[in-house]
Write a protein that binds this ligand. Structure first.
Ligand SMILES: *[C@@H]1O[C@H](CO)[C@@H](O)[C@H](O)[C@H]1NC(C)=O
Length: 295
């Protein structure tokens, strides 16, 4: 048995953020070449912050030196070996706190071993966030608690990134089969470099509420206007659907005029819709996820 004590792991509070924009990326964690646990001078130098010992350093909770979900409680010289719930790992930011967390944002590279998984339906381990079994279901994932799953769908246009446990843009997730070209039925029009740097926006030809932002002119990210609004491809911004000629009737059958009036706060006089949508006339199936606050 060997402990790690006083390990300088920075604790980042937020584990999982489901956001429709500006999703931060976690640091890359590559548990390759884990250091061996024999203590030598090099290792002491390399891990100046971590002290490997077989004795209870003091009362408190201490991480196992090899296994990220195993830890020890020391009380008056007695050592009790403990295990986090399957899927969680011991957070050793403070020896005074007994805390198991999901592995995102925790660095297990120096103690990469884990307990044998206890898989359940859709849950490779009892706890955690897991990709959908179907690799084509890029935006779906499971949240498992005690082996019970909940399927979660990322906001429109985002892809579940199993390295960070968050929904993010397809070009950021870099998930095989889930790139922008796989997920979106949209190609950014060719533009010159100068114009590309303005991240041009284009209406989604299939859905009035949505538009594509072409990052650097070439990488599409799908984004949405809020409920009641449509992307105005002339002025390149979201506006009330009734003010966007080709989308004037977009919410017909989904929202009543009174509801649209209520959304357009303060209510305005109803402009005559000019009809003749060049886009598909079916109304949106989903609600107003991934909306952009823009008026
Ligand atoms: C780039 O394209 C934009 C829009 O098409 C155009 O207005 C601009 O003059 C072009 N710039 C260059 C340097 O070609």
């Amino acid at each position: 048995m060997a402990f790690r004590s006083c390990v300088g792991v920075i604790f980042l509070g937020c584990l999982v953020v489901l956001a429709s924009s500006a999703v931060p990326k976690a640091k890359g964690r590559k548990p390759v070449n884990p250091p061996t646990r024999t203590i030598n001078d090099n290792e002491k130098k390399a891990e100046a912050e971590a002290e490997i010992t077989n004795d209870c350093p003091e009362d408190g909770f201490f991480a196992d030196a090899e296994q990220c979900d195993k830890y020890y409680e020391c009380r008056a010289g007695n050592i009790i070996e403990k295990l986090c719930p399957d899927g969680m790992v011991f957070n050793d930011y403070s020896s005074q706190e007994e805390k198991c967390d999901l592995p995102f944002n925790l660095d297990c590279s120096a103690r990469p071993k884990l307990q044998t998984p206890i898989p359940q339906l859709h849950c490779p381990r009892l706890n955690g966030y897991f990709s959908h079994e179907d690799p084509k279901e890029c935006g779906k994932f499971y949240y498992c608690v005690d082996g019970k799953f909940n399927m979660i769908t990322c906001p429109d246009g985002l892809v579940y990134n199993d390295k960070t446990g968050i929904c993010t843009w397809p070009d950021e997730a870099k998930k095989k089969g889930c790139g922008a070209a796989d997920v979106f039925d949209f190609d950014c029009p060719a533009v010159n470099e100068t114009f590309g740097l303005t991240h041009p926006r284009y209406a989604d030809p299939e859905d009035c509420q949505f538009f594509y932002v072409c990052i650097n002119g070439n990488t599409p990210r799908r984004s949405g206007c809020k409920l009641g609004q449509a992307f105005d491809d002339v002025n390149k911004k979201c506006d009330w659907a009734r003010k966007v000629p080709e989308c004037a009737d977009w919410y017909k059958g989904q929202l009543t005029d009174a509801e649209l009036d209520a959304l357009e706060n303060p209510p305005t006089a109803k402009p005559a819709g000019s009809g003749g949508s060049r886009r598909k006339p079916n109304r949106p199936l989903k609600g107003s996820k991934a909306v952009e606050d823009e008026e």
